[in-house]
Design a protein around this ligand. Structure first.
Ligand SMILES: O=C(O)CCC(=O)C(=O)O
Length: 277
């Protein structure tokens, strides 16, 4: 990893914002060339699913896409985003889950139905005894299409809701919970969100297909949430990327890591010691 990535470390202001709201948006995290190339890669996956019978009017949720195209693996340790991930979670991390979501125009008129609000991680929210719930993981969402206006299948969030264990939904399944807003992300934006943030997908009432790549980072003792068939990439990955793709020496190293398990810590000790604790 090049030390130029340190320019993109989490600032105090960003840390405060993330801690307070559970979300942080960084515009222009991807260049126009990256957006174009990642869009071609995403379209290839989407078009293959359509050929295989996916309904073109419904959203495609496609996990385990990292091994399909090298440019998806390049984002795992991307120099503009990874420093903020380790700034929030620390160095004992890996990519536990990733998915592509393509939301085509739904072809219906806008309505007021309540969206599918949730916190990430399923049973973790039931079986983990603590209040507030622990952070454990976050996602970085790379927006490839323009969602800078509402109605385009936007990602919706309730800023500050990450410290709440319950969400009050409107009665009768109409309307969105108090404080809910659409994230108006432009192409190239990276949106970081705490897994506890109450959030939702929304219907795409526009005529612009929404495309977003989600990268979920969590502690190395968390199990993967999709098949994550990335092992074939280990051999040709540099040590930090290998760590982020789940490579380790043995299972004990997920809980009590040695330097060999966590090259990210070794690198930080040398180049950014405050982040190596
Ligand atoms: O598609 C979206 O905007 C929502 C994605 C989501 O809910 C998730 O990644 O957990």
């Amino acid at each position: 990893m090049d030390i130029s990535c340190l320019e993109h470390r989490l600032t105090d202001e960003e840390r405060n914002q993330f801690n307070e709201t559970g979300i942080l948006e960084v515009e222009n995290a991807l260049s126009l060339e990256q957006i174009a190339a990642l869009t071609i890669g995403s379209d290839r996956i989407y078009n293959a699913k359509i050929v295989n019978g996916h309904d073109p009017k419904t959203a495609l949720f496609f996990p385990d896409f990292i091994p399909i195209d090298p440019q998806f693996a390049d984002l795992v340790d991307y120099e503009r985003t990874l420093p903020k991930v380790w700034g929030i979670l620390g160095w004992n991390i890996y990519l536990y889950h990733a998915h592509l979501i393509v939301t085509p125009p739904c072809g219906k008129a806008a309505d007021e139905k309540t969206f599918g609000w949730h916190q990430d991680s399923g049973r973790v929210n039931v079986e983990m005894e603590s209040h507030p719930r622990p952070r454990l993981s976050l996602k970085v969402a790379y927006f490839l299409s323009d969602t800078s206006e509402p109605g385009r299948g936007n990602f919706w969030v309730i800023p500050g809701s990450h410290l709440k264990d319950n969400l009050e939904l409107p009665e009768g399944g109409i309307g969105q919970p108090k404080g809910a807003i659409p994230v108006l992300a432009k192409p190239g934006s990276a949106v970081y969100f705490d897994r506890r943030l109450w959030h939702s997908a929304s219907p795409n009432w526009s005529n612009i297909t929404r495309k977003v790549l989600f990268y979920g980072y969590g502690y190395r003792w968390i199990r993967t949430k999709d098949d994550m068939t990335v092992q074939s990439l280990w051999e040709n990955s540099d040590p930090i990327r290998r760590q982020l793709l789940g490579g380790n020496v043995n299972c004990n190293g997920q809980y009590s890591p040695t330097d060999e398990d966590v090259p990210l810590r070794v690198w930080l000790r040398e180049h950014s010691p405050n982040d190596a604790n």
